[in-house]
Design a protein around this ligand. Sequence first.
Ligand SMILES: *Cc1c(COP(=O)(O)O)cnc(C)c1O
Length: 298
Amino acid sequence: MDIHLDIYSPVHQIHDQLFIDKGVQVFIKRDDMIHPIISGNKWRKLKYVLLQAQAEGKTHLVTFGGAYSNHLLATAAAAARFGFKATGIVRGEEMQNDTLFLCRLHGMHLIFTDRESYRDKPALFDRYFAGDADAFFIDEGGASALAAKGCSELVAELEQNYDHIFCACGTGTTAAGIINGLMDAGLNAQFNALPVFKNGGFIKEEIDRYLTAPANYDLHTGYHFGGYGKTTPILIQFIQAFISRTGILIEPVYTGKMLYALYDLAAKDHFKPGSKILAIHTGGIWGLLGMKEKFNRD
Ligand SMILES: *Cc1c(COP(=O)(O)O)cnc(C)c1O
């Protein structure tokens, strides 16, 4: 089967009085529109990994994630789309939620595992699939050099130059790929990486691991809102206001924190007047379903 999706990821301008006041233009690249489930950076990250699996004659994707993992869900949907079997090894006790429901709906087989065993993924893979010539290992979060290569292709789609590019970071693979793409194209947009974890400084090592050459970029570690998956009322309020003013869905784990940072930095005059700023919408909006109770009902 031809492993391919037509990329539809337009750039939309975000109109806001704040940006008019500060004399900047802000745009968002809609990678969330690439596919309803294999959303955003997850398709870019999977593309060359699936091509590799196919080239090796593998027919069964085995990957790892938490119970709310966008990577797990994207892999389930991509496997269904391109004719692979899929197994997801899920961290923690057996449970049910909307993400896992959608994984199963796409035919992914789920195996739950205790947190101790989850630390050693190659050992887990061997426990269930040693000697299985069909099975193909994909690391947690889909992190790999092939994944970074897929993400670097975003840069060639840009039709104008930007002074700043903003992107949320989990494993840092997407950030590394985009930075590589900028360097390859000879563009000097300032890249702004937004780790969504507490003490996110460690993400520099993760990003640098997949860079094809040393690069300068900004790391904004102060926008984690308490840690991975954590929220505050201020973040939730920001997300509600953003969605209702723009019609663009964002969620609290990644894109909400990244855009909050962009607005906050704009308010603090971080950007020179005249700057053009591009935010990458990395998708993940199904994650909203796991956080409904955090939002106001009125
Ligand atoms: C997975 C994910 C990220 C993080 O991508 P990395 O390559 O792991 O840094 C960012 N945003 C969303 C919505 C994601 O699902």
